[in-house]
Design a protein around this ligand. Structure first.
Ligand code: ATP
Ligand code: MG
Length: 515
């Protein structure tokens, strides 16, 4: 031990001697260069660590990796565990969340795939003079230094940096307000070349508040989760990473509310595509090309937006089997429809949801809604086009219980058994949409709970009686037409079994079709 101390003391002595020589022989500028050289030499050859500097400004442009590291470290386990590190608090523009960042010249440990790393936030005053820049530079030079063990270098890089970039992008997305985009100026662009206008998306609908059959709800949520986490699956399967949902049912059954719930669940932006504002397929293409990933592209009332039965006039001509198809006759050929009709067509739209252009942009969900599924072109309904068909219909009993919880704050166990069965009977007979039920409940929300339930039950019974009367009148007036109508219904049921499924809120996914 004594020997150890003696050798350390002699080493210190040598160092002190060298430093005094440095001080006497070299001017201060040269001394700094010399010391820097020594530091570098010891780092490069003697140390078992490798160091990487990530500066805030790379030449004249901002270094994306710097801000990614800053965000990543803000959520790193070490920081959130509050291990005594000093933190700076910031709130980025367009964000309602606060983020923590490592304070100047502080350091934090991290670990990736079991390998330890150390991050240091280095801030030094910027030396003026010398270099010239077109734009004003900050007074301080900021950067992160990453220290990893030399032996871990191959395993960590670039995987660790990719992980940081991905995590930072996710944090940024989660902390920023999501946006609702609309294309109100048709194919026109704003001064920055964007065809979309945006407002913050603040719709309060969630899957928790959505009134529908709980099992169906679970199915849809599971499907959305599988989609959002399915990057590898889609890559392996060679499919574009997108999914289509067709929501159909009478007005006021919650189609728009479900879209909002989906967006809130996945934290995606929403693009509300107003097809009537789009004049040509190329305009549509430009709009869709300018959508970002992690978004839901919505076309509401698709049966009213497009002449869907008239997909492509050229298709109506019977085509001789032995002749090769001429370009105009291929409904999905990109740009062909423009040449033909100079207007927007279903083919143009399907090129994006399904065709070659569907892979331009990742992780996108298409949602189409309609009140009249029977008016849609079979091309839109054929399997594989819209991955899931979701039927939203009159308010069912489970949906009523959800609405009562939302509006009156009454949980299921608080109901009297007798009242529960009365409510079940009344809602079954009333054939009333969730929107109408909501109206009844809103009116009674200020009453005492039991009073509110009784008043709502009365209103539902009243609606049930009205429905019965209307039903009887309809039966009488239809009279002789009944046979024909029944035949028609049977036909429709055969063509579109989903529609015939009845009054419960339901969905028909691929699984149900046995695919
Ligand atoms: N399933 C539901 N769950 C909860 N609230 C609902 C539901 N359906 C309707 N509502 C209520 O009714 C209102 C109208 O619903 P929504 O706009 O979602 O219906 P829609 O099916 O999109 O109608 P439309 O076909 O006319 O566009 C909503 O603001 C919501 O308050
Ligand atoms: Mg709607």
């Amino acid at each position: 031990m004594k020997e150890h101390w003696t050798s350390l003391a002699s080493l210190m002595g040598v160092l002190a001697f060298l430093t005094s020589i440095l001080h006497t022989l070299f001017p201060p500028e040269l001394r700094l260069v010399f010391l820097g050289l020594i530091r570098r030499l010891t780092r490069n050859f003697l140390s078992s660590y490798a160091y990487f500097d990530i500066t805030e400004i790379d030449g004249v442009s901002t270094n994306e990796l710097y801000s990614a590291v800053q965000l990543y470290l803000s959520k790193s386990a070490a920081i959130s565990a509050g291990c005594g590190t000093r933190l700076s608090l910031t709130r980025p523009v367009n964000s309602s969340a606060f983020t923590y960042t490592l304070s100047n010249n502080d350091r934090v440990d991290d670990c990736f795939q079991g390998k330890p790393v150390v991050w240091e936030h280095v801030v030094v005053p910027r030396q003026n003079g010398g270099s010239f820049s077109w734009r004003p530079l900050p007074d301080e030079k900021r950067g992160f230094t990453l220290r990893i063990r030399k032996k871990d270098r191959a395993a960590l890089l670039p995987k660790y940096l990719d992980h940081i970039m991905e995590t930072a992008a996710e944090i940024r997305r989660r902390s920023q307000d999501r946006l609702l985009y609309t294309n109100t100026r048709g194919g026109g662009m704003d001064p920055r070349g964007h065809p979309w206008e945006s407002v913050p998306f603040k719709h309060p609908s969630t899957f928790d508040t959505l009134a529908m059959d709980p099992t169906r709800k679970e199915e849809i949520m599971a499907d959305l989760c599988a989609f959002a986490n399915g990057k590898l699956f889609y890559e392996k399967a060679g499919r574009a990473w997108k999914r289509g949902y067709l929501l159909y049912g009478p007005p006021g059954t919650g189609k728009s509310s479900m879209i909002a719930a989906m967006a809130n669940f996945l934290r995606y932006d929403v693009y509300d595509l107003e097809l009537t504002e789009v004049h040509t397929n190329s305009e549509l293409r430009k709009l869709l090309m300018k959508t970002t990933s992690k978004s839901i592209i919505v076309i509401e009332d698709i049966d009213c937006s497009l002449n869907l039965s008239n997909r492509n006039p050229a298709r109506k001509k019977p085509m001789p089997l032995n002749e090769p198809p001429v370009p105009e006759m291929r409904p999905n050929a990109v740009g062909m429809d423009d040449a033909l009709t100079k207007s927007i067509t279903l083919s143009g739209l399907l090129n994006f949801t399904d065709g070659l252009w569907s892979c331009c942009g990742n992780e996108r969900i298409f949602v189409f809604t309609t009140n009249h599924i029977e008016k849609l072109d079979p091309a839109l309904l054929r399997s594989g086009r819209m991955d899931m068909h979701i039927f939203l219909s009159y308010c069912s009993f489970p949906a009523l219980k959800i609405l009562m919880r939302n509006y009156l704050g009454i949980e299921e166990h608080e109901f009297d058994n007798g009242i529960l069965s009365d409510l079940e009977e009344a809602i079954g007979e009333a054939e009333i949409t969730p929107a109408d039920v909501s109206e009844i409940l809103i009116k009674n929300r200020c009453l005492k709970k039991c009073e509110a339930v009784i008043k709502s039950l009365e209103a539902l019974k009243c609606r049930a009686n009205k429905s019965k009367v209307i039903g009887n009148v309809a039966v009488k007036t239809k009279g002789s037409e009944e046979g024909e109508e029944e035949e028609e219904q049977e036909k429709r049921a055969l063509e579109s079994p989903k529609e015939a499924k009845g009054t419960m809120v339901g969905c028909i996914g691929k699984e149900e079709k046995g695919e």
